[in-house]
Ligand binder design. Structure first.
Ligand code: NAP
Ligand code: GCO
Length: 265
């Protein structure tokens, strides 16, 4: 049974993984035996990431690459294939959010979020699939969101991107399943990372941020997720244990999507 989850001999690329969810997932894949490759948008972040992985006893390969730049992504994949090996597992993790009321949001801001959160997973997946086909297997994991299913104020671009990413996940599964490539999504709930730090900031009087209290009431687990909560699902979807799981989004949300929310006292 343990062998089904063993990633020894596999090369995993996790995008935007100097810290946050990507870092935790990459660490988990490494601890399951994979060789970890990650990129981030600037050299400083990549250096910090390499040091952070080393501190965990992991020799990660780090590269600077903006995932929205198709030429840079193609060059990254070619370099990784030469220096490390063919990519067996891709985790499209890099992402941004801009919390702006839709009617106040510029088209440029909307396009930027779509570019990073939806166009980039398309670009990176397109870059790795041909070698996966040649190799006879591949795993692609797209980091979706509660906003792949739900909307809320100020996140129109992000929800549109993450909803599209759910359908891109299903389409890659449909188009490349016959080549033994499985493409699935992970839909994290509300996870404590720098991206959600503004939603958890203490108020001037020391009380919890209203959104923090709201999420606690909406989550049966009555807590924010930790990045470590995503590691098991990621190892499962990256391993042979999920070879007949395709086009699925695995929500790791503490039960938010199942729950109407705790009645206010
Ligand atoms: P984060 O802390 O903001 O980290 C995102 C990472 O992606 C950062 O390292 C960031 O680099 C990098 N990145 C951004 N744009 C990039 C680009 N163009 N090219 C390369 N790297 C880029 O976010 P997180 O909370 O860990 O989230 C990671 C993923 O999970 C995202 O896709 C997010 O949408 C998704 N997610 C998060 C939550 C949550 O509650 N935190 C829940 C569901 C889904 P910089 O530091 O330079 O920006
Ligand atoms: C927000 C949050 C969420 C989380 C995550 C939830 O502003 O609502 O940032 O979007 O990042 O995507 O799954």
């Amino acid at each position: 049974m343990a062998n089904m989850f063993d990633l020894t001999g596999k090369v995993a690329l996790v995008t935007g993984a100097s810290y946050g969810i990507g870092f935790a997932i990459a660490k988990g894949l490494a601890n399951a035996g994979a060789t970890v490759v990650f990129n981030d948008i600037n050299a400083e972040l990549v250096e910090k990431g390499i040091a952070a992985y080393k501190a965990e006893g992991i020799d990660a390969h780090g590269y600077v690459c903006d995932v929205t730049d198709e030429d840079a992504v193609n060059a990254l994949v070619a370099t990784v294939e030469k220096e490390v090996g063919v990519i067996d597992i891709l985790v499209n993790n890099a992402g941004i959010i801009k919390r702006i009321p839709m009617c106040e949001m510029s088209a440029a801001d909307f396009r930027k979020v779509i570019d990073v959160d939806l166009n980039a997973p398309f670009i990176v997946s397109k870059a790795v699939i041909p070698a996966m086909i040649k190799k006879g297997h591949g795993k692609i994991i797209n980091i979706c969101s509660m906003m792949s299913e739900l909307g809320r104020e100020t996140v129109s671009a992000y929800a549109a991107a993450k909803g599209g990413l759910k359908m891109l996940t299903r389409n890659i599964a449909s188009e490349y399943g016959e080549f033994n490539i499985q493409c699935n999504g992970i839909g994290p709930g509300y996870i404590a990372t720098p991206q959600t730090a503004p939603l958890r900031e203490l108020q001037p009087d020391g009380s919890r941020h209203p959104f923090d209290s709201f999420i606690i009431a909406k989550t049966p687990a009555a807590r924010w997720g930790e990045t470590e909560d995503l590691v098991g699902p990621a190892v499962f979807l990256a391993s042979d244990a999920s070879n007949f799981v395709n086009g699925h989004v695995l929500y790791v949300d503490g039960g938010i999507l199942a729950y109407i929310g705790k009645q206010p006292k």
